[in-house]
Design a protein around this ligand. Structure first.
Ligand SMILES: Nc1ncnc2c1ncn2[C@@H]1O[C@H](COP(=O)(O)OP(=O)(O)O)[C@@H](O)[C@H]1O
Ligand SMILES: Cc1ncsc1CCOP(=O)(O)O
Ligand SMILES: [Mg+2]
Length: 510
């Protein structure tokens, strides 16, 4: 028996599309969906592309028993016969599967009917259809490995155009956005995907819950991102300074040849646990370890590196594990600029860190307009913050720009003006040793590994400030760069084992 549903009150806000093939090996498909239901999924679509009819019906029936317990509607992808066999609450059909009219005729008037639309023409056809369509799945918003990408990626721009069609033609029709959405990008995407005040009714997700090792947490965090967009308030837990020594997070470094030894030592000094690996076969293993992060540094790439970088960022992104990207010397040559552009297009990062030349070059290569970058980088704070803010919003990452004064800008939590923090102090010897920026990347990565994604900005500030403080203290005792290296490691070690209190570092938050 199906649930009694009132079509006017269906909650589309967190729409889970299942994929049994990406559930981590040690976990069970039904448990995974049940955890999602327990933690706030509001509607479920069973999507099985490789099951024969008997198995499909069997799976649908079992899943229906679970969804009914939570009073959540179950829709079946494509297979009307399966939906009817188990009396599911509805069906979802893609553009290439079956016409909406035919689907409606087969399922009757009471069931929920959803269709996928990829462009304004599809949306127009759905509005005009004689079949009563309940909602549109608008996608693909971004690229995704869940579905073969045969249709163009819409991006917020394409989605807005479809919403305009819906707004003008049939504003009562519901809609959800789908494709490449996860806790990292949902807030901003839902905020951007509005036509006037008209917005979608929810976000549909697959891998960010189905592939997660902790589906309960993944669902909670995804839901929080959605609520953040709709309520526009920070429903956050208070931030607490993490204890790296106690939590011993694992940071996987793909870093340059110059920085490996120093970065590993710095990481150990602050209580973290580094692993240097460029063996792509083991990336998925690291990405599944809880309290982990990736420090992705492209300082000494070779012709063989690109494939490995892509593999790493897709593994860590798929498992929602934080990545810090350090685009070392990315503006130095045209090939480096191109690789940096590719890195931004292919991956999502919690933090992007670089010195002024690197960050400005990255911003320029990614369409951020600015003044002076080709000349002497003689920019004032306002101009820098403007460039950083645009890059932060574009990449939905926290941007850390290092130098005498470090500047950190938040592109994750949406506020009218991105949050900004300035950190000064340290010592000039920090700029006179190689790989000090690279090793800072590892410190930030260790902090990210033990913090909620929503606290990326705070975690980055704490990591950068700790580093500055150790630099200051080490600088006071050092004769030159050689002794500084040793003193700096000692100070990081000591500071990390004391209550977090910085006396010589000035933190100004705007
Ligand atoms: N003149 C300076 N005074 C204080 N801190 C500095 C100075 N130069 C660099 N630092 C610090 O050194 C670290 C590395 O920064 P930077 O040298 O800008 O990066 P990179 O090594 O990537 O070029 C950062 O923590 C930064 O705050
Ligand atoms: C010298 C050098 N060459 C390629 S990467 C690298 C280290 C750069 O380190 P940092 O960016 O921290 O100064
Ligand atoms: Mg440096």
């Amino acid at each position: 028996m199906s649930l009694t549903i009132d079509k006017n009150t269906i909650d589309y806000s967190l729409y889970l599309v299942t994929n049994s093939e990406i559930v981590p090996e040690s976990l069970d498909f039904y448990d995974q969906v049940e955890k999602a239901l327990q933690n706030g999924v509001t509607i479920v679509q069973l999507r099985e592309k490789n099951l024969d009819t008997d198995h499909f019906i069997d799976r649908a029936r079992k899943l229906h028993q679970i969804t009914k317990k939570y009073n959540v509607p179950l829709l079946i992808n494509d297979r009307i016969d399966v939906a009817l066999a188990i009396d599911a609450e509805g069906v979802h059909v893609g553009q290439d599967d079956m016409a909406a009219e035919e689907a409606r005729e087969k399922i009757g008037q009471d069931k929920i009917l959803g269709v996928t639309v990829n462009n304004e023409r599809d949306a127009m056809a759905a509005i005009k259809s004689t079949a009563r369509i309940d909602y549109l799945g608008i996608g693909s918003a971004y690229s995704t490995t869940t579905k073969e990408m045969t249709k163009p990626i819409l991006g917020p721009g394409g989605i807005k155009k479809i919403l305009e069609v819906l707004h003008d033609g049939k504003p009562e029709m519901k809609s959800v956005i789908i494709g490449g959405l996860n806790k990292y990008n949902i807030t901003r995407t839902l905020n951007e995907c509005r036509y006037k005040d008209f917005c979608t009714n929810g976000a549909a997700v697959v891998s960010c819950i189905m592939a997660s090792h902790d589906a309960s947490l993944a669902t909670k965090e995804t839901l929080r991102s959605i609520n953040l967009a709709y309520d526009n308030e920070e429903a956050l837990h208070p931030y607490k300074h993490p204890n790296i020594v106690q939590e011993k997070p694992l940071t996987h470094f793909i870093t340059n040849a110059v920085a490996k030894y120093f970065s590993a030592n710095v990481c150990i000094a602050i209580g973290g646990s580094p692993i240097m690996s460029e063996l792509s076969e083991e990336f998925s293993f690291f990405a599944k370890i809880s309290k982990g992060s990736l420090c992705m540094n492209t300082g000494t790439m070779s012709n063989a590196s690109i494939h490995m970088y892509k593999k790493a960022i897709s593994e860590y992104n798929a498992h929602m594990v934080p990545i810090i990207y350090d685009p070392v010397a990315c503006g130095a040559t045209q090939p480096r600029r191109e690789i940096a552009k590719m890195m931004i297009e292919h991956g999502r990062y919690s933090v992007i860190k670089g010195n002024m030349a690197e960050i400005c070059s990255l911003a320029g290569a990614n369409g951020v307009t600015m003044r002076g970058v080709d000349s002497d980088l003689n920019l004032n704070d306002l101009e820098i913050v403007d460039i950083l803010s645009k890059l932060a919003v574009k990449t939905q990452a926290v941007i850390v720009m290092t130098g005498k004064k470090d500047i950190i800008v938040d592109g994750i939590i949406p506020t009218k003006k991105p949050r900004v923090c300035f950190i000064s102090g340290g010592h000039e010897l920090m700029g006179k040793i190689t790989a000090s920026g690279c090793a800072l990347g590892g410190v930030i990565a260790s902090y990210l590994a033990v913090c909620s994604y929503f606290h990326t900005f705070e975690a980055a500030i704490d990591a950068v400030a700790l580093y500055k403080e150790a630099g200051y203290l080490a600088g006071q005792q050092s004769k030159g760069p050689g002794t500084f290296l040793a003193n700096f490691t000692d100070e990081l070690y000591e500071l990390s084992r004391k209550p977090y209190r910085l006396l010589s570092t000035n933190i100004i938050r705007e």
